[in-house]
Design a protein around this ligand. Sequence first.
Ligand SMILES: Cc1ncc(COP(=O)(O)O)c(C=O)c1O
Length: 391
Amino acid sequence: MAMLRPVGSRVPRPDEADPHQPLPWQDDYQTWCMGSGTEALSAAVSLATLCAGRQQGVTPEVILPAYGCPDLVAAVVAQGAIPVLVDLLPDRPVMDIDRLTEALSEATVAVIAAGFLGVPERLSALAGVCKSHGIWLIEDSAQCFPPDCAREPMADCAVLSFGRGKPINLMGGGALLVRKDHGDFATRVFADLPEVTVTLDGHWKLKRYIFNFLLSRLGYGLLRRVPFLGLGSTVYKPLDSVRRIQLPGGLLAAGIRTASLRPSVAKQYDQALAFLVSRGWVLFMRSHAQQNGSIVPVTLRYGLLAPDQGTRDTAASMLNSRGIGANAFYEKALPDVAGVGEALGTISGSYPNAVFFADRLVTLPSHEDVAYGDVTLVASVLDKLTQVPEE
Ligand SMILES: Cc1ncc(COP(=O)(O)O)c(C=O)c1O
């Protein structure tokens, strides 16, 4: 059956007219293209660790949210550092800054501020904490575009991902943006990294063609019938190397242009699903838009919280049966993702808000192929599910 994919935008054709357009952050940040977002994040951790110059024998620690992508843990562990998790604020995909302050130690070298589904972390509050402790603020903007640091250079560095399901899909790769005051240092540290060149040969073109077909309703409907692909499942993958990549001129420019032009359906969801609030749901992306006086620039998916896990699971399966690719995203808080517990080593704790968030999150597609009819279908399915039966 045809199905509206949960996430992902088409791989663009490289811009031939103007391959060297200025990057939105280039006044304040250097750009280092890396093998993936995870590699870029790991390179950021290596810079922060070297810059902190901690004493011999002290293992560096890096702070990150207790709910999110397990690649954050892999990026930190690959640099021999310890990931220290911080719980979320209730019902919001952002860290609790009081808990974060308690988690700081002499060994802390950096805080990773990970944007979620297009909603950036609160960089200015986090930059204040980092500055007063002499540690780096790393903006992980893998799920957001443009990175918030392009607005104001608060983060020491920022990470972009060009993988599938990201705002700019180049079928792989990532970038590390290093603020110019750390530029000479980064140039020395990265001089010896191996470099791979991406070429837009026949193989790349065929892959792009197939990839884009699989994003269609028919293509995705067929793809999800292949059981061994484990589409959408959350797994911990250790990172074993960090490489630089040379992207062909015009490819990143095309990605930036298409992401910037992409229409957002977030506002339509905000309006169509507003009735859920009185039925115990939380539209946390709507609150973000209201607080910031605008909608989120690129909404990777539209996330909302059901009142409980059972309702979330029923909602996702009812929507799937109507051809809407809704899902629970990571499903679990980081310590509960297979393989992450071992990678975290001895540091453990309890993260009730992250667990409660993971149990209730449902994400809805919000890419360029979501039509108004899809939004109204989602609203009518969720209305039916949540109606209180009359006495
Ligand atoms: C917040 C976040 N950071 C980093 C990454 C890693 O990016 P990549 O898949 O390009 O390695 C992801 C991937 O999903 C992510 O969501």
